[in-house]
Design a binder for this molecule. Structure first.
Ligand SMILES: N[C@@H](CCC(=O)N[C@@H](CS)C(=O)NCC(=O)O)C(=O)O
Length: 204
């Protein structure tokens, strides 16, 4: 079962995680760019592949589909250097990926969506303040965890790092300064030095 196509968006961190891992693994697929802002017809386009009608969605050569960025990372990373085969460390990887969806993406991606993608920050001032408070708590947790390690789990670069990197490195687009998170900034640099690293936006 090989991935052949990805329903994707360049501005989406959830899609970027998958693109980044595929680049590390040397997997190339046809990319179908889907506008995240134009929501009409979304269900018609994606509903048969993902009941939540969201991207990323990966299509396989046997006509099956897979949604949820972290589930896709988990699947593609099997038997590669990007996922340990030790069940205890695997559970820690999963723990960080749940943290990413609940604490980090939920706040940073939403603030970024209002401020940078939709440009409606003024309409959402109260909501933004809550997202900023919770997002900073997530960044503080990440900073603390990086105090005595280079990567999130087992001192090796893994899909846990890829998952959290996606929205952390664009946090300033959501109004989050990273000035108070020097270890997070160094970790961002470290991720960018990994073989096969690609930036979020395609180079012209
Ligand atoms: N938990 C999902 C979230 C997917 C998601 O929110 N995708 C966004 C793009 S980042 C989307 O499709 N937005 C369009 C919409 O909600 O209509 C994942 O990690 O894949």
């Amino acid at each position: 079962m090989k991935p052949i196509r990805m329903y994707d968006s360049q501005i989406s961190g959830n899609c970027y995680k998958v693109r980044l891992l595929m680049s590390h693994l040397g997997i190339s697929v046809e990319r179908i760019e889907v506008s995240v802002a134009a929501r009409e017809k979304r269900r018609e386009l994606l509903g048969h592949m993902n009941p939540a009608a969201k991207i990323p969605v990966l299509e396989f050569d046997d006509d099956s589909f897979m949604a949820e960025s972290n589930a896709i990372l988990w699947f593609l990373a099997q038997n590669t250097i990007y996922l340990t085969d030790d069940p205890f460390q695997q559970a820690r990887v999963l723990g960080w990926m749940f943290f990413e969806q609940n604490n980090l993406e939920a706040n940073i991606a939403t603030a970024r969506w209002w401020l940078t993608v939709k440009n409606v920050g003024d309409d959402y001032r109260d909501h933004l303040a809550l997202r900023h408070e919770a997002g900073h708590q997530a960044l503080t947790t990440l900073e603390g965890h990086l105090a005595d390690r280079e990567f999130l789990v087992d001192n090796r670069y893994s899909i846990a790092d890829i998952s959290l990197y996606a929205y952390t490195h664009v946090a300033p687009e959501g109004g989050f300064s990273l000035a108070d998170y020097p270890l997070v900034r160094t970790w961002i640099d470290r991720v960018q030095q990994q073989p096969g690293y690609v930036p979020m936006f395609d180079e012209a």
